[in-house]
Design a binder for this molecule. Sequence first.
Ligand SMILES: C[S@@+](CC[C@H](N)C(=O)[O-])C[C@H]1O[C@@H](n2cnc3c(N)ncnc32)[C@H](O)[C@@H]1O
Length: 313
Amino acid sequence: MVATYSGGFQYFKYGVPKYCALFLEHLLANGNIINLGSKPKSKFFKMPNMVFKVLNNPNIKIIFFILNTMEEEQKVRESYKKRLDRYKNYNIKEYLHYIDGYKLKTDYYFIQYIPNGLKNKIVLDIGPFVPFDAVYWASTVKEYHAIDLSQEVVDFGNQYIKKELQEDLVKKIKYQQANALNLPYQDNYFDVVYAFSTIDHVPGKERRDKIFSEIARVTKKRGFVIITLPNRLNFIYYYRNMRLQKKGKYPISLEIWYTPKELKKILIKNNLRPLLFKSSAGDNTRDVPVISDIYNMLVRKFGVRMGWLAQKY
Ligand SMILES: C[S@@+](CC[C@H](N)C(=O)[O-])C[C@H]1O[C@@H](n2cnc3c(N)ncnc32)[C@H](O)[C@@H]1O
């Protein structure tokens, strides 16, 4: 059975992307031809039996799934390439808001709990986008490695590093293109591995699970891992975000939200012992001592960005 491409595939349950037909031809090449034509809706309804036969083939389901995730990943890659424009002339005020509201309360908060922070550590940063963190920590670390999905993002990042840092510090940073699904590093190499708000942009649960196991693989025994993700317990932001994603209006095309417990379980499954939880809710300054403490206690689970510091055992 051979299926030829039609734009109409998008109407099917598994939402097949354009290049699907090529795979179908290889998989089902025994003579019959299904041509779904260029007016998909009408032709689709003329031959439901054949279509269902094809769709119910388990191999096809797997292929649909793989192709879908490939297409979703491509969309994520494209959306970050587009986002680069904002950073070519970025407004430092906007970025300070992000640092103050999210990164200091989670990402950097966790780093300060690692004994001696990142001092003389070999660090891996998964999905830095514009490598603000690399520039910030370069003078402290021994080696700073980073990977991101698209070459354009990495090229821009490397230019940014050269612009911001002196040569001796630039040499410490190796920012290269790679997919976190297959980290291009040997086992047990890093003292600290972090993925700040990155794994949520990876389509496919199995693929995200693979990234967690890759992170555990490249971390040294007793090394530290920090994962931050958007928090599903922040119901308001979660539902707002889901609505935008469903309508196709969310600028990053895909963002998967986790609960703190879900993330904790995944870490434990990968031999990473969770040490400390923190979310972006709460008041780090404790300006009004007792009231701040009570407030922090009540809201601590619900911040829109949350994560764990964990240690490999
Ligand atoms: C929200 S940005 C994270 C920015 C930065 N880490 C921070 O703390 O602000 C997510 C980044 O993850 C990257 N990314 C998404 N999927 C990836 C994958 N499978 N492998 C490597 N990087 C990925 C994206 O290209 C993007 O640059």
